[in-house]
Design a protein around this ligand. Sequence first.
Ligand code: ATP
Ligand code: MN
Ligand code: MN
Length: 307
Amino acid sequence: QPGAIGQPSGIASPLGKLKVTHPERVIDESTGITKIDLIRYYALVAPLMLEHLKGRPVSLVRAPDGVKGQIFFQKHLETAKMTGVRLLPAELDPGHEPLMEVASAQGLLSAAQMNVIEFHTWNAVKTSIGKPDRMTFDLDPGKGVEWPAMQEAALVMRAFLKELGLVGFAKTSGGKGLHVVVPLKRRHDWDTVKDFSHAIVLHLAQTLPKRYAAKSGPRNRIGKIFIDYLRNGFGATTVAAWSARARPGMGVSVPVSWEEIDSLKSSAQWHVGNIHERLDQGNEPWKEYGPSAQSLGGAMKALGFKP
Ligand code: ATP
Ligand code: MN
Ligand code: MN
């Protein structure tokens, strides 16, 4: 037991030692989840999650006073104390502090020790920072939208992408909506990918205006689902698969297969407290993700989009 005499509140692992301060501090009152619970959670999912973190600039969401306290979204951080969180070359983001990468399980754990709850990644990897390797659609329910409409929206998104010759992959966000990710060959620049993602969303919103909105802002989306394409700009981030959320219940973002969308009960179906029920699947639902990376040329033609 952490805190027992002679038992330092540390986690010893082949990856190194981690000194955990305030292990028993409750970070989510709604579930009683403690800081050490979250650190153990990250130790458990590290191998799965690192596949989604490796090589990507990451932003960290810190919640020193728990999920109901003040939350800090940080692109830059004092990384000196975080073993395994690495600073990336400054030229990746000229004129700013260096970006960070979580490159190892130890980085994940030492970040959690520094009260980081969420990990958000860019749509590009550091070796190709000017050319995104994925396009993300963030499906956000407006006021009054019920869960079945979210499930349907994800499937509509999938069908439309397929119509364009593109393959999408879904994940829960651990919050309210769903994320659809399209793996790309690194051919197009940020503006092209973002403009094209916007064109896709505009098309959907114009075709089904009662259901989908292409414009953000709560007033534009009462009773509708906002398909957020703004995750596709340079420097924009989306929560990484397997990240826990700094929200009551501590949902987890989990890769899912299209076949199971219909049976999902909510985007926070899996959370820190029940993730063991999902570990057997791991990243399996996305096993075709890598081989599915494609260029957008054909899809642009199909939509009549001129870059
Ligand atoms: P939900 O399914 O509930 O919508 P979500 O993760 O998609 O969960 P959003 O509010 O739709 O949440 O998206 C917020 C996104 O904006 C995050 O993915 C995050 O990476 C990004 N972001 C950019 N700046 C910030 C910030 N200051 N605070 C929080 N998120 C930010
Ligand atoms: Mn969202
Ligand atoms: Mn959003």
